[in-house]
Design a protein around this ligand. Structure first.
Ligand SMILES: [Zn+2]
Length: 89
């Protein structure tokens, strides 16, 4: 049993060095912004944030910052950028 635990612990350390193994498809988090906290969620339909800007534009600085922090673990479709709003205006 002890050798199994050691093997599993070694595997965990090795996996932790390989960020491509982890793909995040859902998350709920709070974001500490200058004016207070915002609640972020990532689900099947993408990101949401409870700030006014995100409710109007479906992206905001909080969503973009979170997606940049988690970049290696997100699908490309879960990486919205505020600057992309310029293309749609
Ligand atoms: Zn926001």
């Amino acid at each position: 049993m002890q050798s199994t635990i050691v093997t599993k612990a070694e595997k965990a350390h090795r996996y932790a060095q390989e960020p491509d193994r982890l793909r995040i498809s859902g998350i709920e988090a709070t974001f500490e912004a200058g004016g207070g906290q915002h609640v972020l969620r990532l689900g099947e339909t993408g990101w949401t944030c409870d700030c006014e800007f995100a409710m109007q534009h479906h992206v905001c600085p909080h969503i973009e910052a979170a997606s940049r922090l988690l970049d290696k673990h997100l699908a490309e479709s879960a990486k919205p950028r505020v600057v992309d709003l310029l293309a749609g205006s």
